[in-house]
Design a protein around this ligand. Structure first.
Ligand code: SDX
Length: 431
């Protein structure tokens, strides 16, 4: 923690309380309220954590005003354009860009952990074939703690390292298995001669009946999608992983909790909800009807893929994905895709509508990702599992940072209680 450079003074009922403040390397100053309750007997109140820093971190920084996203200081557009996913994984996990030898060693370690325990194949059999792949993912990832007992002791640095590698390596295999299971096709084993993105595509789209050749442009687009979803500060699912981990729960259970949180349509589930919305809109001439609904306070409908708690200018990931969508659809000869036409027109209409401008609602990471994933051949039900496998490295990096923090305590928020005060039980005959 940095030294406290200044103080905040809180006046309550004529009494003054001084609170230390810290200045970050980037972003707003913070007020340390850890002793507030002990000193002043009051809680702070911030249900959506809109003004609360839950931890200190050195991994990812977002400037919502500028639309800037940095991973260990490197801008996301540079990483998306010049790096590849496993190198970004190394950067997030260890804090620096690896040498060629370090990168080769890391890629080899991940590659050697891509297979899952053979017994896990039978674990899938318990699910209905029409289960949503996210339901399967939550179940199977949580069950990893029943298969990999030799990497569940969070107090052992070696266990932590192996668990991190296993999760990064096996999430694509498990996500691909969830997809294959849902369409009644046999599981496809990972291959060590393929890069991370190509391996995932191969496990999803190859069948035993014929050879499958990965299109390198598609593999590059897949890898870029993984990079763009890798980490994002203390978002809802990362905060879930941190809170679950603060009790000392094993990493597989904590990542399963993060996957469960990501599933929500307000969070990672928005990519599936966005594509379903674009399909419901169907044609450009129906856009005004949906814009009106999004603005209607009495209608719960929201434009999925729009808005963000932090970005109030633009989501830098959406800019990269929009460019990638154009490239992939042109390559696949579907650049006249009606969904892309509706998405681009919807974006233009919303960006020029006073409601969305005033509320600073811009396309977020989920707005274009679904269009690319659908063009590659994934059903909408696989969009959020792909977000989850991409974000696993972010969750694990934040988990490691927290576990290594000597200040770590179990997370235990308090509340503003508005319920009944103490009262006596009433026997049923007297009610
Ligand atoms: C992700 O946190 C992260 O970093 C998340 C993420 C990551 O990488 O981890 O970036 C990934 O989750 C991206 C967000 C995906 N979700 C969606 O696209 C779902 C649609 N968006 C919204 O539900 C909403 O914008 C949120 C949840 C993303 C943000 O909500 P906030 O910050 O809590 O804002 P809010 O709900 O208080 O909305 C502020 C105002 C409200 O109007 P008023 O009550 O002030 O009149 O804006 C309106 C909202 O009604 N509004 C929208 C809207 N989003 C907000 N109106 C129409 N359409 C929308 N999409």
């Amino acid at each position: 923690m940095p030294e406290s450079t200044k103080k905040a003074t809180l006046n309550i009922d004529g009494k003054s309380f001084e609170l230390p403040m810290y200045s970050p390397t980037a972003g707003p100053d913070v007020i340390d309220i850890r002793k507030l309750y002990a000193d002043a007997g009051v809680f702070t109140y911030d249900p959506g954590f809109t003004s609360t820093a839950s931890c200190d971190s050195t991994i990812t920084f977002i400037d919502g005003g500028k639309g800037e996203l940095l991973h260990r200081g490197y801008p996301i557009d540079q990483l998306a354009g010049k790096s590849h996913y496993l190198e970004v994984c190394f950067l997030l996990l260890y804090g620096y860009l690896p040498s060629a030898a370090e990168l080769e060693d890391f890629e080899t370690r991940v590659t050697r952990h891509t297979m899952v325990h053979e017994q896990m194949h039978y674990f899938f059999r318990g699910f209905r074939r029409d289960s949503h792949p996210m339901a399967t993912l939550v179940g199977v990832v949580g069950a990893m703690s029943a298969f990999y007992h030799d990497s569940t002791d969070v107090g052992d640095p070696w266990h932590r390292e192996v668990a991190a590698i296993r999760l990064i390596a096996k999430l694509p295999t498990i996500a691909a298995m969830a997809y294959k299971y849902s369409i009644g096709q046999p599981f496809v084993y990972p291959r060590n001669d393929l890069d991370y993105a190509s391996n995932f595509l191969h496990m999803c789209f190859s069948v035993p009946a014929e050879d499958y050749h990965v299109n390198p442009i598609i593999a590059r687009a897949m890898d870029r999608i993984f990079i763009l979803h890798a980490d994002h500060e203390q978002n809802a699912s990362t905060s879930t992983v941190r809170l679950a981990s603060s009790s000392g729960a094993n990493p597989f259970a904590c990542i399963a909790a993060g996957i469960a949180c990501l599933w929500g349509p307000a969070h990672g589930g928005a990519n599936q909800a966005c594509l379903e919305m674009l399909r419901e809109i169907g044609t450009v001439d129906r856009i005004p009807e949906f814009i009106a609904r999004a603005k209607d306070k009495n209608d719960p409908f929201r434009l999925m893929g729009f808005g963000h708690r932090v970005y109030k200018n633009t989501d830098p990931r959406a800019k990269v994905l929009k460019q990638s969508a154009d490239e992939v659809l042109e390559l696949l000869g579907v650049d006249d895709n009606p969904l892309l036409q509706v998405a681009k027109e919807l974006e233009q209409v919303a960006l020029n509508d006073p409601y969305f401008v005033e509320k600073k609602l811009f396309p977020n990471v989920d707005f274009y990702s679904g269009i690319i994933l659908e063009a590659i051949g994934f059903p909408t039900s696989m969009f959020t599992p792909i977000f989850a496998l991409s974000r696993t490295v972010g969750w694990i990096s934040q988990w490691k940072e927290m576990i290594d923090d000597p200040q770590m305590k179990i997370g235990r928020p308090r509340q503003l209680y508005l319920g009944e005060t103490n009262r006596d039980y009433v026997d049923i005959e007297n009610r």
